[in-house]
Design a protein around this ligand. Structure first.
Ligand SMILES: Nc1ncnc2c1ncn2[C@@H]1O[C@H](COP(=O)(O)OP(=O)(O)OP(=O)(O)O)[C@@H](O)[C@H]1O
Ligand SMILES: [Mg+2]
Length: 214
């Protein structure tokens, strides 16, 4: 089974969008795929992932920690008098992980260093999963800095970086798009797995041709 942890340069950068694309890509290849979202805070991400998964699993299996408010997980949790812990959340995901699929994707919440409690971040959860990381880069001004900081942190945790995907969440293509892509490629020591344009088309099939599975 191939397993990947999906992170991004920020919240709202297209982690779920890209994870759904990866699921569709695997299924196009007549293989099976499963995506989970261990922690969600005020989002429907897990429902979207559940719909694309090859196996229909109960909601709680896909998303063991659901927080009501769209806040950083440590704040959303404290408002509900909940205490999050990377090891416990990982254990809660073991049900999902035992399913034999060709590809497994774990979507983080927010960016790589969002806190989940007073001393742990999403990176600690990624360390628990111990999977190669795929970084989704939102192609906008500032993305090089965000991408390189995130890459540096992933590598500092001794997690392998499987690659990055350049995603365009806005209709207007950023200025100097090609130069930005080239800079990311030059400075990120992992392959560019795809460049995904802004697409309001709900039909994913043409987009799956634009990404390569690591
Ligand atoms: N290539 C794209 N074309 C069009 N819309 C996109 C694209 N990528 C992402 N979006 C849209 O941008 C918004 C944010 O994307 P998404 O929810 O995937 O971000 P995320 O990184 O998963 O956020 P979160 O941190 O909440 O998990 C969504 O409305 C999504 O449909
Ligand atoms: Mg998401």
């Amino acid at each position: 089974m191939k397993k990947f942890f999906i992170t991004g340069t920020d919240t709202d950068v297209g982690k779920t969008f890209i994870t759904r694309l990866l699921l569709a890509k695997v299924k196009n290849m007549h293989q099976t795929a499963l995506a989970i979202k261990p922690i969600s805070a005020g989002s429907d991400d897990a429902i979207f992932l559940q719909q694309e998964n090859s196996i229909m699993l109960p909601y709680e299996t896909i998303n063991p920690v659901y927080l009501n408010e769209p806040l950083s997980p440590h704040i959303a949790a404290s408002r509900e008098q909940k205490k999050l812990n990377a090891a416990t959340i990982y254990s809660a995901c073991l049900d999902a992980l035992q399913h034999a699929v060709d590809y497994l994707f774990v979507e983080g919440a927010g960016g790589f260093l969002v806190p989940i409690n007073d001393h742990e971040t999403m990176a600690d959860l990624a360390i628990q999963f111990n999977m190669p990381v795929i970084l989704v880069v939102n192609m906008r001004l500032g993305c090089i800095n965000h991408a390189l900081l995130t890459v540096e942190n992933i590598l500092s945790k001794q997690l392998p970086l499987a690659g990055f995907i350049a995603n365009q969440t806005q209709e207007k293509t950023q200025d100097a798009f090609a130069e930005n892509i080239a800079t990311l490629q030059q400075r990120i020591p992992a392959p560019l797995l795809g460049v995904v344009p802004y697409s309001i088309n709900k039909e994913f099939c043409p987009l799956t041709d634009l990404i390569t599975l690591p």
